[in-house]
Ligand binder design. Structure first.
Ligand code: PMV
Length: 339
């Protein structure tokens, strides 16, 4: 860890470097590849780190006698920040308390590429980056267990209940297959394929969608339980397809997964339209991701040119923004070497 506090934080915007003591923390977003909603009923889900969208937090001494924050939604005294930043207040307080750090007034700056409320784990990622930045500021290390414990506390404030997926995946470089009743298992996703992520531009409504499924389950228990079983089986088959490095099979399973989510009533016309556009453009598979009723759609493409074409079609169908993720580890390594 650089303790000179004079580090060249080249990834930190294009602003000129200053000489103030600075702590930096970075975290990425997450994407649920398959199994959302079924995971609520203890079936498996697969989630992957999505490093294309990141958040960076910078911590410096405050110019005032109180802690200040500068983020896209609020700028000013941290104590007086709106309630939707209470998760970050909790993350800061727990980090300082548990590490027994001094509490001089700090200035916290948040730069995020992760859209909020799209099922990409924005709140968990900001907490992870903030905790890392505070620890970096004080020259302290933090282990994954401690980092996740604090993030989960902050997530409980942000979302009341949390499956823990966002915390796990935004704080790790590895994909996970996750089941509520079991320890998450991490693995490397390495496929000759591209993932296209498309933001529908609509806020995802996870809580509403989870409640909708729970209500449907009361009136149509056999149908919902059967659908969850089937989605769980698709996820297990998808995990095998990933291990066999078969993007075609994975794509098929993603599409089947979307069909079931649609039948459960957690898709909507806009998401279906974007999913259809991806299919028509030749995607190996496409589905909504996360809680649904808004949020994002993902599609699998066999190569970069194919991914670009699919992304264009998804934008023509209404997606506000698209991102591409190369799923080949070898090519990812080459790309980061060129950066
Ligand atoms: O919208 P997200 O990314 O928070 O995903 C929600 C996933 C659900 O399975 C619908 C709910 C959950 O807590 O796992």
């Amino acid at each position: 860890m650089d303790q000179s506090f004079d580090k060249p934080y080249s990834s930190w915007t294009s602003r000129p470097l200053d000489k103030k003591p600075t702590g930096l923390g970075i975290a990425h977003s997450k994407i649920i590849l398959m199994g959302e909603h079924a995971v609520v009923y203890d079936h498996p889900a697969i989630a992957i780190p999505f490093k294309t969208c990141q958040v960076q937090v910078k911590v410096q001494p405050s110019a005032f006698s109180y802690t200040t924050i500068d983020c896209p939604y609020y700028k000013g005294r941290f104590e007086q920040a709106p309630d939707h930043l209470n998760n970050l207040k909790m993350a800061l307080q727990l980090t300082l308390d548990s590490k027994q750090l001094p509490k001089p007034p700090l200035h916290i700056e948040i730069l995020s590429e992760i859209p909020q409320e799209r099922g990409m784990g924005s709140s968990a990622a900001v907490s992870v980056a903030l905790i890392r930045a505070v620890c970096d500021f004080y020259g302290k290390t933090i282990n994954d267990y401690h980092l996740r414990m604090i993030t989960n506390e902050a997530e409980v404030i942000a979302h009341q209940s949390t499956s823990g997926i966002d915390t796990l995946v935004t704080s790790s470089n590895r994909s996970i297959i996750y089941r509520k009743s079991q320890q998450a298992r991490d693995f490397d996703l390495d496929l000759k394929a591209y993932l296209v992520v498309a933001d529908s531009g609509q806020i995802g409504q996870t809580k509403l969608a989870v409640n909708h499924v729970a209500q449907l389950r009361q009136s149509k228990a056999n149908f919902v339980n059967g659908a969850m079983e089937t989605i769980g089986s698709f996820v297990r088959q998808a995990f095998l397809a990933i291990r066999k490095k078969d993007p075609f099979e994975l794509g098929r399973l993603m599409t089947y997964n979307h069909y079931y989510l649609n039948q459960l009533g957690v898709s909507n016309a806009s998401l279906d339209h974007i999913v259809n556009a991806a299919w028509l453009a030749g995607a190996l598979g496409a589905k909504l991701t996360g809680g649904g009723m808004g949020g994002c759609v993902i599609a699998l493409a066999k190569d970069q040119a194919h991914a670009q074409m699919i992304a264009e079609s998804m934008e023509e169908a209404g997606a506000e923004k698209t991102w591409l993720l190369n799923l080949s580890k070898e090519e990812q390594a080459k790309e980061s070497h060129h950066d």
